[in-house]
Design a protein around this ligand. Structure first.
Ligand code: ZN
Length: 342
């Protein structure tokens, strides 16, 4: 950003589809220091966009815009414009005077056949799995101490790999992270898979990135931060100090024996297992809340701070809080909610 007069009122904007691979130096204060996420629209956003495009064609007066919005999770604004166009074509072809819901359904089916190749439209069962997966991350993160606050949970598909996402933003830049905070972070990362395991008694490939990140944390705890008793306060794999780490494979000679390598692998696995148990126990304890909030997420597609706040409050209270034991029995989340008039 050098060369601009700070008083000249020039704002520099840039766009990217891969914010995760930007050099952090670009994002420092005084450079590109604000990030605006332009997302695929949620259900309400899609209804608003549809209305704009529908104003240009003749639509039947009884047409239910909300129903069409409900049909089209994952559609971008351009996809929706295309849908309105196609539906109008279908109506013209059959000689109709106005575009009806049937025309939209036909147009939708034609477009989806094309989109499915790009794997952007999920089946209802897949959406349900994604909803539980993302709520799993969110509930574990909200429940455990030392995790970043959850700002947004969404099941709107983004890009190729991400089926949904849970946005946690750090409250402050962190230089020191404690061992227990790292454990909480790992548990939150594994919360998605734990929810799938708990609800569907089956797991999906949707968690591969989560597992990679949790394993990286566990490995660093063992080989860099000396956080396991078995391996002690020894650094086995020093930081390379290059900003290209992660983009280029760096080959380094191993400076420990095979026995140590085995111990490291064992310690990493033990840490990941422990974090997974924490995540699963947390979700099992709050199963009703997981179910109600996943259903809410399915219906709304995005939960923002306003929807997440009451969920976080119910989590902190917990089902076994002393004052909630009535006649010697702890109330379940649902009964508790009813009693408290929520
Ligand atoms: Zn996940």
């Amino acid at each position: 950003m050098d060369g601009f007069d700070p008083g000249a009122g020039i704002i520099v904007l840039a766009a990217t589809n891969r914010p995760e691979i930007l050099d952090p130096a670009l994002l420092r204060a005084g450079r590109f220091d604000r990030q605006v996420l332009v997302d695929r629209p949620d259900r309400k956003g899609r209804a608003d966009i549809l209305r704009v495009h529908m104003a240009k064609v003749q639509v039947a007066p009884e047409l239910d815009v909300a129903a069409i919005a409900g049909l089209t999770p994952g559609f971008t604004g351009a996809d929706l414009a295309n849908l309105v166009n196609e539906a109008a074509l279908v109506a013209t072809r059959r000689g109709g005077e106005a575009t009806t819901l049937d025309d939209f359904t036909q147009a939708f089916e034609r477009i989806v056949a094309g989109l499915e190749k790009k794997s952007r439209v999920l089946s209802p069962h897949e959406r349900e799995i994604v909803a539980y997966h993302e709520m799993g991350h969110a509930l574990v993160a909200m429940h455990l101490p030392g995790t970043d606050p959850v700002r947004k949970v969404s099941i709107i598909p983004r890009g190729i790999a991400g089926l949904g996402y849970t946005l946690q933003s750090p409250t402050e830049d962190r230089f020191l992270i404690s061992q227990s905070e790292l454990m909480s972070r790992m548990a939150a990362l594994l919360g998605g898979r734990a929810a799938e395991d708990l609800i569907f008694a089956d797991v999906s490939t949707g968690a591969s990135d989560d597992l990679q990140r949790a394993t990286d944390i566990a490995r660093n705890m063992v080989v860099r931060y000396g956080m396991t008793t078995e391996l002690g306060q020894v650094v086995y794999e020093p930081e390379t100090g290059s900003f290209l780490v992660g983009q280029m494979p760096v080959w380094r000679p191993k400076n420990y024996g095979d026995g140590t390598a085995e111990a490291i692998d064992g310690a990493v696995k033990a840490l990941v297992d422990q974090a997974f148990r924490t995540a699963r126990d947390t979700l099992e304890q709050h199963r009703t809340l997981l179910e109600t909030s996943a259903k809410e997420l399915l219906a709304r597609e995005t939960l923002g701070p306003d929807e997440l706040r009451p969920i976080a409050q119910r989590l902190k209270r917990g089902p076994t809080h002393p004052q909630l034991i009535v006649d010697g029995t702890a109330l379940e989340d649902a009964a508790l909610a009813a009693r408290l008039g929520e």
